[in-house]
Design a binder for this molecule. Structure first.
Ligand SMILES: [Zn+2]
Length: 274
């Protein structure tokens, strides 16, 4: 089964907002999944996590998390590296308590280093993080995201390779891939190729349990500038939905449009009509 997730509490959530109210509002709108945006910091209170879990379970909402942006697993500074690993571990551990299935992470900046060296550093850090898996996050996936800027680690080849190495699944963001290649990855043929690469790396069954992001995007020669509403962008989103349908993709597509619930509902309705 495929769910379309709103990226954070819907804009129409009654004040003061927050994850619990956001889940309730999303459910009211007919949305069945939500990504929780811990992009500034990870909450520390396990009681709050249990409240989120109870709400999501009673409403049958699927949840994913976006980990903080302040992460660089390729940092040469040991303090920054340790803090980066800690932020990821905190997000994974809190996600475990909250009943979240997968955590999206922007793994690293390239810092003008050779791709193989960056890969080695990220891989070593992921190995360190996964030492805590059994104890802290046995049921949560660490999902490294395909990134939209040339300065960032995370081509589709890189995230598939590292996911295969550690038995994880990545976060595939076709909008980032579109921006990174200055306009590529925007046709049915290219998305079939994308799912072929995924299937080849992680197996056919893995297509039933994906964590994806999608939205419109503004870009230039260096890649991503910012996200856009679907209808204000060049995203070929109707064909994207057709490919999701044709390939029987399962899991969660998080809709990272600035319009949040409006574009989530747009994609969900169009997909259901097909
Ligand atoms: Zn992201």
């Amino acid at each position: 089964m495929l769910c379309f997730a709103v990226a954070g509490a819907p804009l129409s959530t009654p004040k003061p907002g927050g994850t619990v109210e956001g889940l309730k509002q999303a459910h009211k709108l007919g949305i069945t999944a939500m990504e929780i945006e811990w992009v500034q910091s990870v909450p520390k209170d396990p009681k709050r996590m249990l409240e989120i879990r109870g709400t999501a379970e009673s409403l049958k909402m699927t949840m994913t998390v976006h980990a903080p942006y302040y992460i660089n697993l390729n940092s040469p500074d040991p303090v920054t590296l340790a803090a980066s690993k800690k932020r990821i571990l905190d997000a994974l551990a809190m996600s475990e308590i909250a009943g979240v299935r997968s955590v999206c992470v922007h793994a690293a900046f390239r810092l003008s280093q050779e791709p193989d060296d960056v890969y080695g550093n990220v891989s070593k850090a992921v190995e360190d993080i996964l030492r805590q898996k059994k104890k802290l996050f046995p049921n949560v996936n660490l999902g490294l995201e395909t990134m939209g800027k040339q300065s960032q680690f995370g081509t589709i080849e890189e995230v598939l390779r590292i996911s295969k190495e550690f038995d994880l699944y990545p976060v595939i963001d076709p909008a980032h891939m579109h921006a990174l290649t200055n306009g590529g990855w925007n046709t049915a043929k290219e998305w079939h190729h994308m799912f072929d690469l995924y299937e080849k790396a992680l197996g056919k069954r893995s297509l039933q349990n994906m964590h994806m992001h999608y939205c419109g995007i503004a870009y230039g020669p260096k890649g991503e500038k910012h996200h856009l509403p679907l209808k204000d962008s060049d995203a070929n989103w109707k064909d994207f939905l057709k490919v999701l349908k044709a390939r029987k993709i399962g899991g969660t597509v998080v809709v990272e449009s600035p319009l949040l619930e409006t574009d989530t509902i747009l994609l969900q309705r169009e997909f259901e009509k097909m």
